[in-house]
Design a protein around this ligand. Sequence first.
Ligand SMILES: [Zn+2]
Length: 135
Amino acid sequence: MNDVKTEVSQGIIQGKPYNEIARGITERTGVAAGKAIRIARTETHRVTSAGRQISYDKTFNASESLGIEVQKVWIAIKDGRSKDSHHEKMDGKHPDEKGYYTLPSGVRTLGPGLSGDPNEDINCRCIEGIEITSF
Ligand SMILES: [Zn+2]
């Protein structure tokens, strides 16, 4: 698993596409190509989503000092190709006051790819955005 982490983190730092990260995982660990792609996608998504949480925290701090109200919003990819069509219902949803979204399954998460539940996180392509609610 450490080999996978190394491959994913180096790939993200170097801006590699999923398929190159996946190839690296296969070369390092012998994991089958299809599984390696799934791991690369899921892990890259999780890390970028976690990074967004940090930038949103800064946005909230800045908006407070500007007197603007902002809110996080879940954005589902609705192109018919999405393997996480079970997240389509999340599109446009806002988190609760503690920052958690409740998925249709009842699982709670701080954002796309961050639930820790493989059924929710694997193949998730959803993202989060910021909406200005008043200014
Ligand atoms: Zn999703």
